[in-house]
Design a protein. Sequence first.
Length: 173
Amino acid sequence: MEEAASQMSQAVKESKAAYDIVRERFGNAVSEFDANPTMPFFEVLDASRWVDIALYMRDNSLLQFNYLACLSGVDYPEEQKLGIVCNFECIGKYTHRIAVKVKCQRDGGSIPSVSCVWHTANWHEREAYDMYGMVFEGHPELRRILCPEDWTGFPLRKDYQVQETYHGIKVPY
């Protein structure tokens, strides 16, 4: 373990230190740390704890993840799951950054909204809903943001079938 830690870049070590604070507080609700050199990450294994973890990451004085840089939807058809990957940074006091993954069941699952924690999540979550059909429990206005309200399906799911027409207009593909 020490040998692996000694091979980590300084940025990954900072991310690991931040992860250790989260892991100490939330234990098995989060996965082991992945020291990916491009963007280190961990997964929230208990999605019901996601808002608590998010608030802790933002408000803890040693973490201060005050910037949600990106929230992207992901389709995991082989697992029958949908998920998000959130990229966080601390702007100001610290320089650490980390990604957090949260998954839910592909059919009928949901992920708690963190739009109350980081306001920019509002639009990011709406995009994930629109493109993947991912439901964000507690979102203040979960509706399509890119496609028309009556669009059929979710265009970024790996099994998506493009509509041939929309209101009598041929859909190019």
